[in-house]
Design a binder for this molecule. Structure first.
Ligand SMILES: CC(C)(COP(=O)(O)OP(=O)(O)OC[C@H]1O[C@@H](n2cnc3c(N)ncnc32)[C@H](O)[C@@H]1OP(=O)(O)O)[C@@H](O)C(=O)NCCC(=O)NCCS
Length: 182
């Protein structure tokens, strides 16, 4: 099966473990983070994180989801998450970072490495992602990676407790291969 540990210039991406929960639960539990994600409840407790972690190995072994905890090489801090999961037969890219770690290019760097993994190791033809209409920061990250607009739909958001307008974007392996990092 495909490798579980990925590396980029400043980051080490590895499967999240039970021992990480105390670090990441408060970061993803921040409403400014969870309101931009589809499947993260608010409030978010350590038991929610433990439940999520407990299924990761099984989902990876079945080829359904490849989730990475993003850690910083310089100090080992667990700063966020980035991963792929199958939705309607195609992999969706998702990611989040704790607020203290925003605006340092980490989201773009980690997502680029996960996309390399998707195209070079999982050999998928394309990946999709969705960003809520009021989250242009994430839209900008996806545009930098080469994603192109595909549509707009209502998507449920657990933290907000309702549907939110969501931009759907896609990236093909050819487009990704033809782009120089920016
Ligand atoms: C969205 C998120 C992942 C971005 O993480 P990040 O590490 O700050 O992202 P990066 O530093 O790699 O890039 C952010 C880019 O957005 C730009 N940006 C910042 N605020 C912006 C805004 N309001 N509108 C448009 N672009 C914006 C930055 O300038 C930067 O682009 P640049 O490198 O060209 O200058 C982070 O804010 C986050 O975790 N948010 C909550 C969860 C989330 O939204 N997940 C994605 C769901 S689709």
């Amino acid at each position: 099966m495909s490798r579980c540990i990925l590396e980029s210039e400043r980051l080490l991406l590895r499967p999240p473990e039970r021992r990480d929960v105390a670090q990441f639960a408060p970061l993803i539990g921040d409403y400014e983070v969870s309101k931009n994600l589809a499947n993260v409840p608010h409030p978010y407790a350590e038991k929610d994180a433990l439940e999520w972690v407990s299924h990761l190995d099984e989902r990876r072994a079945r080829g359904e989801a490849f989730q990475f905890g993003v850690t910083r090489k310089s100090d080992g801090a667990y700063i966020g998450g980035c991963g792929l999961h199958l939705d309607k037969g195609e992999f969706e890219l998702g990611y989040w970072y704790g607020r203290p770690y925003w605006k340092m290019g980490y989201a773009t760097e980690a997502a680029r490495r996960v996309l390399e993994f998707a195209f070079a190791e999982l050999l998928v033809p394309g990946v999709w992602a969705g960003w809520f209409h009021d989250n242009p920061r994430s839209g900008h990250v996806l545009t930098k990676l080469g994603f192109k607009a595909k549509g707009f739909e209502k998507r449920s958001c657990m933290a907000r407790g309702g549907d939110v307008g969501c931009n759907i974007v896609t990236l093909s392996s050819e487009t990704f291969a033809g782009r120089a990092p920016s």
